[in-house]
Design a protein around this ligand. Structure first.
Ligand SMILES: Cc1ncc(COP(=O)(O)OP(=O)(O)O)c(N)n1
Ligand code: TZP
Ligand code: MG
Length: 508
């Protein structure tokens, strides 16, 4: 998942690495906003290698499609053979497939050279309204390609076309469409509701054959939406290629498209009504808000130091001194939990602590305060059930920041995951004076939440030298560490106590 290297670098016996690899089979957009060009940029943004088989060349710009020149089917077959017989493709993503014969050729290649997943974007009509693959391809999509698809991503028009032209006007209609398209054999269906009238939000319906998920996001008011469908499908393919699970891949792709549209909303490329957006926006954002999410490594949860200004005051040390000592003792991630600090003092301390943490390459998170996290360019935030909702925090912070959410139940853990969190903090495990009115869940409760969580977990609450090993001995694979306040900071020597806990965590 996230801790996997963005490059999905598999170190092989020889020391060689390989990149996660998406093959896009799609049409070229001379304007560069959609088609093959969008697919390659989306994969590049997701740090995934992208090879390309071109099915058709379009003369296209921000005004519309001026011409389409489709390649001979046997030459598409030749391109497919060249790539698939030589390279280790993880995922195939399909876009414009202009003829039934092209679909047949593709399905034959998929059967001859199986890959880990197939993502089908059933491109039929361009955003400007021009037909890119006509009704003659419908049967090929439904009968040949969809049964091979791991996910298909139609917009409302495409979903309607696949279902014989039915009208789709409500979210209930979209659910019906998702289920009906699933019946063609696609394992997952994402019906995109961007065009659904009468709603300020864009609602997509995801169906995995058992459960429906409504994925809501704000409608971003911009002319620069050309290529969003291609980009979404390619980003899903890229995430799948890295090993991310399906629903999470869809969410990562939605989050990426949203950030790209927001970043590009005032761009002006071309004079027509629909402009392209900037896929590689994160390369340009010096503030790092859009830095790729893979900077989070769940192993950094191992010894998680959470500060407390009252305790540090009691022992006559500053927060910066306490943070530095805990890192020198072996803390692997820091959270500034300064409940009583005034905003300006908190920001100043946070900026100083960031400088320390950066110099040691240890991530620093801010408790509760998204504004402070933004102000000091922290690595992320930790929020509780009554703080800013994680989904909103993700919207504000973008995909590049770490978000942790406190969870006591499997349902909360599931929600944290669908909201786009990176890890959960689970507890209080044992009673503690640091947070007295907090109900405890015990080791059993911790185990239950870990087993239900799709995210890495850090245990918190009353943990110290006497019980740290009983926590880690639970031996649940996604329990990555312990978060500690008083056992580090209500002590005379922070470095000594951190070292003691670290050695207990690392004994074999
Ligand atoms: C790692 C970690 N886990 C849980 C918490 C608790 O956060 P929250 O529920 O928001 O309570 P407060 O810390 O705000 O009192 C945490 N801070 N860190
Ligand atoms: C912030 C928090 N959330 C759950 S318990 C807790 C306090 C943990 O403090 P300590 O490590 O001193 O028990
Ligand atoms: Mg909180």
């Amino acid at each position: 998942m996230l801790e996997e290297s963005a490059y999905a670098a598999v170190t092989q016996g020889s020391g060689l690495r390989r990149l996660a690899h998406v093959l896009t089979v799609a049409g070229s957009d001379s304007g560069g906003g959609a088609g093959i060009q969008a697919d390659i940029k989306a994969c590049a943004a997701a740090c995934v290698y992208c090879s390309s088989v071109i099915t058709s060349v379009t003369a296209q710009n921000t005004i519309g499609v001026q011409g389409v020149y489709s390649l001979a089917e046997n030459f598409v077959a030749e391109q497919l053979r060249s790539v698939l017989s030589d390279m280790q493709v993880d995922v195939i993503k399909t876009g414009m497939l202009p003829s039934p014969g092209m679909i047949t050729v593709l399905c034959q290649s998929i059967k001859e050279f199986p890959v880990r997943a197939i993502v089908v974007d059933p491109v039929m009509v361009s955003t400007s309204g021009d037909v890119l693959s006509g009704p003659s391809t419908l049967s090929g999509f439904c009968k040949e390609l969809l049964p091979l698809a791991d996910i298909v991503t139609p917009n409302l028009k495409e979903a309607s076309a696949l279902l014989g032209g039915i009208s789709l006007d409500t979210v209930d209609d979209m659910r019906f469409a998702a289920k009906s398209i699933h019946d063609f054999g696609a394992r997952n269906v994402l019906v995109k509701g961007g065009d659904l009238p009468g709603s300020s939000d864009a609602i997509d319906v995801f169906f995995d054959g058992e459960q429906f998920h409504e994925l809501c996001g704000p409608r971003i008011m911009t002319r620069n939406t050309h290529g969003t469908g291609c980009t979404l499908a390619s980003y899903i393919a890229a995430e799948l290629a890295k090993g991310t699970p399906m629903l999470q891949s869809v969410q990562a792709a939605k989050s990426f498209v949203k950030s790209a549209l927001l970043y590009s909303k005032d761009l002006m490329i071309g004079n027509g009504p629909q402009g392209p957006f900037d896929h590689l926006f994160m390369l340009k954002n010096q503030l790092n808000n859009y830095a790729p999410k893979w900077t989070f490594n769940a192993n950094s949860l191992l010894l998680y130091a959470v500060t407390d200004s009252r305790m540090n005051k009691k022992w006559a040390r500053s927060i910066t001194e306490a943070v530095k000592a805990s890192i020198e003792g072996g803390a692997t991630i820091i959270q500034l939990r300064e409940k009583e600090a005034e905003t300006s003092a908190f920001v100043k301390t946070a900026v100083d602590c960031m400088a320390i943490c950066r110099s040691y390459n240890v991530p620093l998170l801010i408790n509760d305060r998204i504004d402070v996290a933004l102000a000091c360019d922290a690595d992320g935030v930790h929020i509780g059930q009554s703080d800013m909702p994680a989904e909103l925090a993700r919207k504000i912070l973008g995909p590049g920041k770490i978000i942790g959410v406190s969870c006591k139940t499997p349902a909360q853990a599931m929600k944290a995951w669908t909201d786009g969190a990176d890890y959960i903090g689970c507890g209080g495990v044992f009673p503690t004076n640091t947070k007295q009115s907090n109900p405890t869940i015990g080791l059993k409760g911790l185990e239950t939440v870990c087993l239900a969580s799709k995210l890495p977990v850090v245990a918190i609450g009353g943990i110290g030298a006497g019980n740290i090993q009983s926590v880690m001995e639970l031996g649940v694979q996604n329990l990555k560490g312990v978060a500690v306040v008083s056992a580090l900071f209500d002590q005379e020597s922070v470095a000594t106590e951190t070292r003691r806990l670290k050695s207990l965590l690392t004994v074999r």
